[in-house]
Design a protein around this ligand. Structure first.
Ligand code: SF4
Length: 435
């Protein structure tokens, strides 16, 4: 395919997780370096549309295919010049997809970003030093510190798609963080499939504590947030750093998936109920102010009523600050796909709703205990009659928000403000500026 002429427009559509988002932003960084006008999720005409797909679970696959077909339709209506597909679905099924949707101009896998830039565009930079066109609001960005995963969770297709765990060299990560902070980023959200494992593949040492210490030295960065910590080989040193260093958000994101030993064993999580409770209690003890976020799967093959009741009882007693849950979705090629997916979809849904109803009550009670408290809030946007922001206890898009009525005066997006909370809602707080 002939490289696209310069000053042509490129539209990148990103599906799936924040790791995919960073991939899209890196590709945009290459195209920017070659003078292309890159937009995200634009409805306008573009010479090239690049669909960065997700292939994690059935729903995500369907959404990716629907999006590709939307752009193929747009191509027939001359609203798009060329359609390129990349990302997890393409990594996994490029052959099948190219047979089923031959109208797509090219399919690329995951580690193909430099190749896409080279093959489709005129003389992009050979290598990037952290340059990305971030697609998030300019004051926060995701920072991917590793790719792939070495864990063997029975239900998960990611290791098959993204391969073995590969940590990025820390100096490369620091350079990217400095680049982003010079672009105005104040909050960096560290991501990978498994943050706990960072560095071990490089020299058999868990290096996340060293990395966050170095990142915290970057002056312009105000918040460093950790997402996707794995319970096994948990780097305990980060608890001391989180407790002592105000730049590290008191926010521990640790998916535990379930609490029944039978289910944890079948999930091959390599971590028992006793160890899970021990770890969570140690986090509470060493970082008492921390918001602990977890993710759960319900309806996993063989989950009995008593397994589920054990999970409900655990949520009631431990009372997570932040919690997300999903119903089990059988994924082809995973070890769990060999198990009898015996829980009817309605029952899976029913169990999911019970978990989220319980969490809504817990979240409201925890928010009510914050009324009248002072909080430091980073403003993300203005919406309706409110400035909407987050505390250090909240990740973008998944956690709670703080609503500040416009009567409080003109606030700036991307700036921190001291506020006093005035009202509590299940997943939001209302607050006024501290004068
Ligand atoms: S830790 Fe488990 S669930 Fe997470 S990406 Fe790795 S295999 Fe999948």
């Amino acid at each position: 395919m002939h490289p696209l002429k310069k000053n042509k427009s490129v539209n990148i559509i990103t599906l799936g997780c924040s790791k995919n988002l960073v991939d899209s932003e890196q590709l945009a960084g290459y195209l920017n370096s070659a003078g292309y006008d890159v937009r995200y999720d634009s409805g306008d005409f573009s010479d090239i549309a690049i669909v960065n797909t997700c292939g994690f679970i059935q729903d995500a696959k369907e959404e990716s295919i629907d999006t590709i077909l939307d752009f193929i339709r747009a191509k027939t209506e001359n609203k798009v010049g060329k359609v390129i597909v990349m990302g997890c679905l393409s990594q996994r099924y490029a052959e099948e997809l190219s047979k089923e949707i031959p109208e797509v101009d090219a399919f690329y896998g995951l580690d193909d970003i430099p190749r896409i830039a080279r093959e489709l565009f005129d003389d992009p930079k050979k290598t990037l030093i952290g340059e990305r066109q971030i697609s998030t609001p300019s004051h926060y960005a995701y920072l991917k510190i590793a790719e792939g995963c070495n864990r063997k969770c029975s239900f998960c297709a990611i290791p098959m798609i993204r391969g073995k765990h590969r940590s990025r060299p820390s100096d490369e990560i620091i350079r990217e963080a400095e680049y982003l902070s010079n672009q105005g980023v104040k909050e960096l959200i560290l991501i990978s499939q498994d943050l706990s494992f960072y560095g071990y593949d490089l020299n058999k040492r868990y290096q996340l504590p060293d990395l966050i210490r170095k990142l915290a030295e970057i002056e312009k960065l105000k918040w460093i947030r950790l997402q996707y910590l794995y319970p096994a080989s948990f780097p305990f040193e980060i608890l001391k750093i989180t407790q002592e260093n105000n730049k590290i958000c008191k926010y521990i994101d640790i998916p535990i998936q379930h609490i029944s030993d039978k289910i944890l064993r079948s999930m091959r999580r390599g971590f028992s109920q006793k160890e899970t409770i021990g770890l969570l209690n140690r986090i509470r003890k060493e970082v008492p102010e921390a918001a602990i976020r977890t993710t759960l799967i319900t309806g996993y093959p063989g989950e009995t009523e008593s397994d589920f009741e054990a999970l409900i009882e655990f949520i009631e007693t431990f009372r997570f600050e932040r919690l997300g849950a999903f119903t089990y979705s059988e994924e082809e090629g995973t070890q769990a796909a060999g198990l009898n997916d015996n829980i009817p979809q309605e029952l899976k849904q029913e169990r999911l709703e019970r978990i989220m109803q319980l969490q809504e009550t817990i979240s409201l009670e925890k928010n009510q205990s914050l009324i009248g408290k002072k909080l430091n809030v980073l403003i993300d946007r203005f919406e309706g009659d409110f400035y909407v922001g987050r505390t250090q206890f909240d990740s973008p898009e998944v956690d709670n928000e703080v609503l500040i009525p416009r009567q409080n005066g003109m606030l700036e997006t991307g700036r921190f403000y001291e506020v006093i909370t005035t009202a509590a809602h299940p997943y939001d707080l209302t607050a006024r500026l501290l004068t």
